[in-house]
Ligand binder design. Structure first.
Ligand SMILES: Nc1nc2c(c(=O)[nH]1)N[C@H]1C(S)=C(S)[C@@H](COP(=O)(O)O)O[C@H]1N2
Ligand SMILES: [Mo]
Length: 398
């Protein structure tokens, strides 16, 4: 029987994930915020680690110099600590039930053999990415900018699976559930629901990421890919798809990953807006990958500023760079080979002509004309979601 056993990959880590005690001689310290862990998680390089149970790992800024994020540097976010470490590849199925003509239990083999195989390159970004940039501080993990990455995802179209099952009249909501469980019985499962109208042909159930099996921590063996959407609905270790007429009230959909319905005014810590909606589409954003804050660059040299930009699939029109505190902006050169949901790469050659500290700023504009606001102008919200302020790195010219 074929079986993937992630406990063998890294004993210390899997023990941490499982919450089991470690073998003699190994002591593990709890890890908090902004440190690069010296403990590598299975299939991962050491990453910025906020928690080891569940694993919360952030990618370094240097990943924003390439169009596709390497699997071993891709960030990780789980809500529940009990993530199965043994996956039986022969018996693993994805079950489709509810308002369907035929209930299906599709094996991994059937998924690869009985359906058209498709690929999409798309950015995966947590709605709480860059949360630490909000002032005043918001509740939640204080992510820097590295709760995002981009990859080539391969799998089958969700619509092909649903057509095979046959939707019944009245089918309206589709619920997605993964194999992770809460450690505490009262914690709800991490289930996301989407309306049928939200699901286009670009939505896939992926088993491959950048030409390899999905890494365990990124949802092995299957995950949902919803290009253009924040990743809270990209359910990992996907095992159940349930079609219903009515929306079921679910904690993670009702409380987390929502923003005020009003997108013209900021909330304040004292004033919480009553009407909220799920975060869904990503806003326009760019992040500089090189240089990084604290680096020294030579006077009169050619510094090639590089980074990535994206939105929800409308496409990036320009990435503008300023080295004079936003007084003037110049267009960078764009490379857009990855398609509309992928990272657009930008590069800009900057010649520092005065000494001392310089802020390098990047501002993306999409094809609708939406542009990144200054950090102080991003709508503040209680959850700390959707931060897309103009990115700034500070270098020293020597
Ligand atoms: N099963 C499951 N899927 C999940 C989650 C989870 O906790 N459990 N978290 C979601 C959230 S909020 C994010 S940001 C992404 C993170 O994906 P990654 O770990 O591959 O980077 O997974 C999503 N899918
Ligand atoms: Mo997230």
């Amino acid at each position: 029987m074929q079986r993937r056993d992630f406990l063998k990959t890294s004993i210390a880590t899997s023990a941490a994930i499982m919450g089991t005690s470690l073998s003699a001689g190994v002591t593990m310290q709890p890890i908090t915020g902004q440190e690069v862990s010296t403990m590598a998680f299975p299939e991962k390089r050491p990453l910025i680690t906020y928690s080891d149970r569940p694993p919360l790992l952030e990618s370094p800024r240097s990943t924003f110099t390439s169009r596709v994020t390497p699997n071993d540097e891709f960030f990780v976010r789980w809500h529940l600590p009990d993530i199965p470490t043994h996956i039986d590849l022969d018996s693993y199925t994805i079950k489709i039930d509810g308002l369907v003509e035929r209930e299906l239990n599709i094996t991994l083999k059937q998924l690869r053999e009985d359906f058209e195989q498709v690929e999409v390159e798309a950015v995966l970004q947590c709605g709480g990415n860059s949360r630490s940039a909000f002032k005043p501080i918001c509740g939640g993990i204080q992510w820097g900018h590295g709760a995002m990455g981009s990859a080539v995802w391969k799998g089958v179209r969700l619509s092909d699976l649903l057509n095979r099952a046959g939707l019944k009249k009245g089918a309206h909501w589709i619920g997605f559930n993964g194999k992770d469980n809460a450690a505490y019985y009262e914690t709800p499962n991490f289930i996301r629901e989407l309306e049928i109208e939200e699901l286009n042909d670009h939505v896939i159930i992926a088993y491959e990421m950048n030409g390899e099996d999905l890494p365990y921590l990124n949802g092995f063996p299957l995950r949902l890919i919803i290009p253009g959407y924040y990743s809270d609905s990209w359910v990992k270790m996907l095992s159940n798809i349930t079609v219903t007429h009515d929306y079921k009230s679910l904690f993670f959909m009702d409380v987390a990953y929502r923003v005020p319905d009003n997108e013209t005014e900021s909330e304040t810590p004292q004033n919480k807006f009553k009407k909220t909606k799920p975060i869904t589409n990503m806003n326009v954003k760019s992040i500089i990958g090189y240089p990084e804050t604290g680096m020294k660059v030579y006077h009169n040299s050619h510094v090639v500023v590089r980074g990535v930009a994206f939105d929800d699939g409308h496409g990036i029109q320009d990435v503008l760079i300023s080295t004079d505190e936003g007084k003037t902006w110049e267009k960078s050169l764009l490379a857009q080979e990855g398609g509309r949901y992928a990272y657009t790469q930008f590069r800009f050659t900057y010649k520092p002509t005065k000494y001392g500290k310089v802020n390098i700023m990047a501002k993306a504009v999409n094809r609708l004309g939406d542009e990144q606001p200054l950090a102080a102008d991003v709508l503040w919200n209680h959850g700390g979601y959707k931060f897309n302020g103009i990115d700034i790195v500070t270098v020293e010219v020597v």
